[in-house]
Design a protein around this ligand. Structure first.
Ligand SMILES: C[C@H](CCC(=O)NCCS(=O)(=O)O)[C@H]1CC[C@H]2[C@@H]3[C@H](O)C[C@@H]4C[C@H](O)CC[C@]4(C)[C@H]3C[C@H](O)[C@]12C
Length: 326
């Protein structure tokens, strides 16, 4: 399972947890402005916004899982199994974009969610594979910008849906409107100690602190993570200090992370949180943690030549790090 959020305490932080049982050899990839993005059915982008995020590079092409651009727009693809429906290439007046081209197409050209909505109104997400041995993944996407706005994009059997996202969170199935509706079941959850609304004739013993959040769902299933990430995000402390805010951002994502061994997906196979990524959309600073390395790693894209034409890659630092104090 996966979770993506935008957290806006002062600056705006966007990214995701990537939860799966296998790795794809992903790395941090900066696509500079003059890398030529080729598309199966659209003219290539020869000069575009610089992009940073997590991708698998295949045949020299950055297959982004999640990314953001230098203008402060971020986008993440999350599994949407059984619901995602991609279409054949149409001759109509549409932009035919394969699902694996979607992130470069939007982030390469747009700076805001509002600008992206224009492109989205013309898009047909096609069912083409990157290559025969790499089938298209069934995804839906969270798109967010540095105003704090976000939308969810779902390509269903009945066409493309672009939903405004009032909570800035996305997980996996079911469809986004149902995830949002399900929040109605949790209006009683509170960061405060509960008041007795049950009956004045019953004495309640608040035997534990934290009784207000007792009804938060604790599972790793996507409906539970949606509620928990949303609650934790809206009740998180805010600061003027970027380091404190990025630390809080990772606390929110780590509150819905998956430990190895807990969620079995096949014989001897368990899903776990492989990495958590985050970009400060106001500065384009990129951060990540991995399952093994909980230290926050930082990449400053402005130290790189963003006018270049070759991809710039960084291996993910995934060794357990312990600070020896004596
Ligand atoms: C599996 C990843 C999503 C994580 C997630 O939502 N997990 C929940 C799993 S589940 O619901 O519980 O089954 C997705 C996110 C981005 C995907 C990758 C990107 O779309 C880029 C390419 C696209 C190619 O078509 C397939 C390989 C691939 C490299 C994809 C592999 C895989 O499907 C990724 C890595």
């Amino acid at each position: 399972m996966c979770t993506s959020i935008i957290f806006s305490p002062a600056d705006h932080y966007f990214g995701r947890n990537l939860d799966l049982e296998i790795s794809f050899g992903q790395q941090v990839v900066i696509t500079p402005r003059k890398y030529e993005f080729k598309f199966k059915n659209m003219p290539s982008l020869k000069n575009h916004n610089a992009i940073v995020g997590i991708a698998m590079v295949a045949d020299g092409y950055p297959l982004y899982f999640d990314a953001s651009n230098e203008k402060g727009l971020g986008m993440a693809g999350l599994n949407y199994n059984g619901n995602a429906h991609y279409f054949p290439v149409t001759d109509e007046d549409k932009d035919n974009i394969a699902s694996f081209e979607f992130i470069p197409w939007i982030l390469g050209q747009c700076g805001t969610v509002a600008e992206a909505k224009n492109l989205l109104s013309r898009i047909n997400i096609t069912n083409l594979n990157f290559k025969p041995e790499m089938q298209a993944s069934p995804l839906h996407w969270l798109l967010a910008d540095k105003t704090g706005a976000s939308v969810v994009i779902e390509s269903d059997a009945d066409g493309l849906h672009v939903y405004d996202n009032p909570v800035g969170v996305l997980t996996n199935n079911p469809k986004f409107p149902l995830q949002l509706f399900n929040l109605n079941n949790y209006s009683n959850v509170s960061s405060a100690e509960p008041k007795n609304g049950f009956s004045k004739d019953v004495d309640f013993n608040l035997y534990s602190r934290e009784m207000g959040s007792r009804d938060l769902p604790g599972g790793a299933d996507s409906a539970s993570r949606f509620v928990r990430a949303t609650f934790n995000k809206f009740n998180a402390p805010v600061s003027d200090d970027n380091n404190k805010n990025i630390d809080t951002y990772f606390h929110i994502l780590h509150s819905v992370e998956q430990q190895k061994g807990v969620d079995q997906v096949g014989p001897g196979k368990f899903e776990y949180t492989i990495y958590s990524s985050g970009t400060n959309l106001d500065t384009s600073d990129f951060y990540y943690t991995t399952y093994e390395n909980k230290r926050i790693n930082h990449i400053d894209i402005h130290k790189e030549d963003l006018t270049a034409s070759d991809l710039i890659t960084f291996p993910m630092l995934d060794q357990v790090t312990i600070n020896d104090q004596n």
